[in-house]
Design a binder for this molecule. Structure first.
Ligand code: DGP
Length: 114
């Protein structure tokens, strides 16, 4: 059994509110939402972080961003707007080391981030 919490969501051994699934990506609502919409988009394949991606991952990256776009549209965020965030590494605030994009929206999001 995988020790990675998001791999366990992919294999179904940890429940999650899944909002999109395709061959390569999974999207599920964040357990600790920071905005009215807070969904995580991940590759099904374990990749720890953005820095672990390579040239051969171009198609996967495109697929992940298109999944973010679809989640945002499905959640009604296309017109008001939203934010896509990939916290990366220690200073980036990454706490789960399985690549994920946060899709946040449903309220005005401040800038710059903390
Ligand atoms: P980050 O700090 O960028 O690594 O974000 C990790 C996010 O993952 C954080 O917003 C909380 C969320 N999270 C952690 N564990 C779980 C879980 O078991 N289920 C769900 N749905 N979200 C989780």
């Amino acid at each position: 059994m995988s020790t990675c919490i998001f791999c366990r969501i992919v294999d179904g051994s940890i429940p999650a509110k899944v909002v999109h699934e395709d061959e390569h990506t999974l999207a599920f609502d964040d357990v600790s939402p920071q905005a009215p919409v807070h969904t995580l988009v991940i590759p099904k394949r374990h990749v720890a972080a953005v820095q672990d991606l390579g040239e051969s991952d171009q198609a996967l990256l495109g697929r992940l961003l298109l999944t973010c776009r679809k989640v945002a549209a499905d959640k009604g965020l296309a017109e008001p707007g939203y934010r896509i965030v990939a916290n990366t590494g220690r200073d980036g605030g990454q706490t789960v080391f399985h690549l994920h994009f946060h899709v946040l929206g449903g309220r005005h999001l401040g800038w710059p981030p903390g």
